[in-house]
Design a protein around this ligand. Sequence first.
Ligand code: C2E
Ligand code: CA
Ligand code: CA
Length: 788
Amino acid sequence: MKIKPWAFILIGSAISFALIVLFFLTVVEKVAIKNIVEKEQALLEHQAELIASNLSHGDIEQVKNWATLTAEFDDYKSAYVVSNDRTIVASNTIAEENKPLLEIDSIAFNFLNTDPNYLLANNLLLISAPVLEKGNKKSSHFLIIQKYIYPELHNFSLQVQYTALISTIIFLVFSITYFVMMRTGYIQRIKLFCSAITRFNDGNTEARVKEEKDIFYTLACTLNDSFAFNEHLNELLHEKDNLANLISDLTPDAVIETNEQGTITNINQSCLALFGYDSKDELKGRNIAIFIPIKYQKSHHEAFVKSQKLESVLKKIRNVEAMRRDGSVFPVEIIISRYETAKEKHFLAFIRDRSKAYADKKAIEQLAYHDQLTGLLNPNGIKQQLKNAHFPMQMTVIELLYLRDINDIHGHHIGDGYLQSFSAACKEIELENALIARLGTSKFLICHNSGGKEEIKQMRSLINKELIIENMVLKTKFNRCVSTLASLEHFDSIVEQCELSLRSADGEVNKVVNINPEFHKNMKRETTLKRELISALENDGLYFQYQPKFDANSLKVKSAEALIRWTLNSEFISPGEFIPIAEKKGLMPIVDRYVIHHICKQIREWINLGKPIVPISINLSARHLFEPTTIAYIFEKVGEFDIPHNYLEIEVTEYGLIKDYKKTAINMMRLEQAGIEVAIDDYGTGNANLETVLSLPIKHLKIDQSFIKLGMKTEKGKVVLENIFSLAKSLKVKTTAEGVENQEQLDYVKEAKCDDIQGYLLSKPLLIKDFEELIKDPAKSTATILAP
Ligand code: C2E
Ligand code: CA
Ligand code: CA
């Protein structure tokens, strides 16, 4: 039996696909598992080093944190730290801690005892790493993790299968193409053609032609044809009288031959087509004026026939208008040349139709200067039009509202319809010399020369106008900013200011706003500060001041708060200004990292230099603090600079932003358990309420300065403050009074049994040198400035 080539190709593809998949199952999968094991092993060994350092410091909480954190990632089933006697020291399930491993997980126990490299059961990968503490060669503990690797393997297997499929398809396409070409004899022809060209290039053409006549037959014919054609051309060229005919045959342009009087002596075929005539005889003997639009005929006659000015335009390309037989006028490009025979002078006009080029130009202009959806001018288009405008012009920038809602609810086609109908309504308004443009998605601009009253009248007709889009009635809602445009030069900046000012109407409807210079100035400053802040963060351009916190009884410095500082081109920028900008522009995570890194580094420096140290608190926003990445970064830096955990404290603001109280509580516990104290900042400002205090494991409250000030002013205020202090006492929560500025306040907070005191009365925030001086000297570090 003879197998058909098609069947052969198909069977071949199927076999190759099967082979690749089989190859994966037998070899590649093993390699993939090996890779995963190696990667996980390296990771675990790195963790083991960190744990070793924690164990060396006797920091068992950190070790427990590792176990809990590791298992929080989806694909880890469990994580254990096991001591040499096979007792679980830390586990992600707290109940398992301090129990024998054998009792909890016999597979892991056997795995550790028999010491295989890894174990794979039910797609669960089991690996371990020894913990080698400093100085000890023998491991004191083992880390064990169990990880699901099925998804990773599955993905990998899918990739291999896709690759197999694609290569099979490529193989199939190539085979089929080759097969088809073989059948139709294309390959032979291509081969023949290639070898012909090669031999021809070799030079010895004549000899080769003789040798392999059939190969060269086609090529030789072509060459002969072209020689013959050349000769024909030469013959024709020598016959002057036939010149026009020759050109007629060769050019797609219209060619008209006239005598000195403008009488047509010859024309070509293209000319008939271009001007709409049927035969050459129809035109021969008539005057060239029949091709000239009526309005130019007289001047043409004056210039070229009477005054013989034709010489001046010879051999120059000119763009003029021409007239067809039916009287329609169209643009053409024309060049006229002259030649003389023995008998007389002849003029030859070559004419090219430019209608299409004009249409293209118009289309390009339409694209470049118009908005495609609404057909209105775009910003470039209106600027182009304003070049000829009568300044000053009145300007109205409109922001059409609810477009996004319409898109979301009814779909984009209705949104587009809304924009188109609104644009059509804009076109109908009656303002002098109105130019209307679409500036952006939902922003429109109208420039005109009418007065303010007329503008208001016309705009009123637009407000709440009912637009019908696909049987749906939508009412127009917009805000607008009105201004005057003194010249085209100011266009961009005035439009920008109008757009910015419109933002101040946020949330309002059918409102008229004027340009607000203050608002614009603020936006500019925000943009500059954002840019400069990024560069300062990248180049260590921020520094810190330290404001001491005093013990309420002894008035000794107990701790200090690190306050970030920024000086830009000798201007001090307060954190009260740049922190909200950083928050708005999404830079807070970077600022937080900057603070965490620099303060940990600073504490390490004090330790290395043997200087006296007090715990330093840093300010972090709750919004970011309780994200796992921030917590991990804090632990990372504390580990990197190897600083005792109780030297670092955290003040958290913006408690109102916490959404997940349960998760926050867990994260807070982690910090507290590791010895990093967390305090609630600005307590009493509304951000942190009683719910916060009760639902979180809070150990320290900083009572906001405004609260201290206001609370002191009235009897009622005093009662509220007293309540806070006593509530804190009963909950065993430490309190710090912020912003204590005078003796009365100091006396009061001392009386109320507040624990710590911070404020200008005792010390302002200090530059690092002054702060180091203060804590170096125990005499100085007791506040003595008790006068108001
Ligand atoms: P805060 O955390 O409440 O910091 C205390 C602010 O009160 C500091 O202002 C401090 O100089 C000021 N202050 C201290 N004692 C007194 C006093 O007796 N009277 C008065 N009137 N003010 C006093 P500063 O340094 O301008 O900081 C303002 C805010 O900026 C801080 O409020 C904090 O929320 C934020 N901030 C400062 N540094 C950082 C930082 O490193 N990271 C973050 N995320 N925020 C920071
Ligand atoms: Ca603070
Ligand atoms: Ca505060």
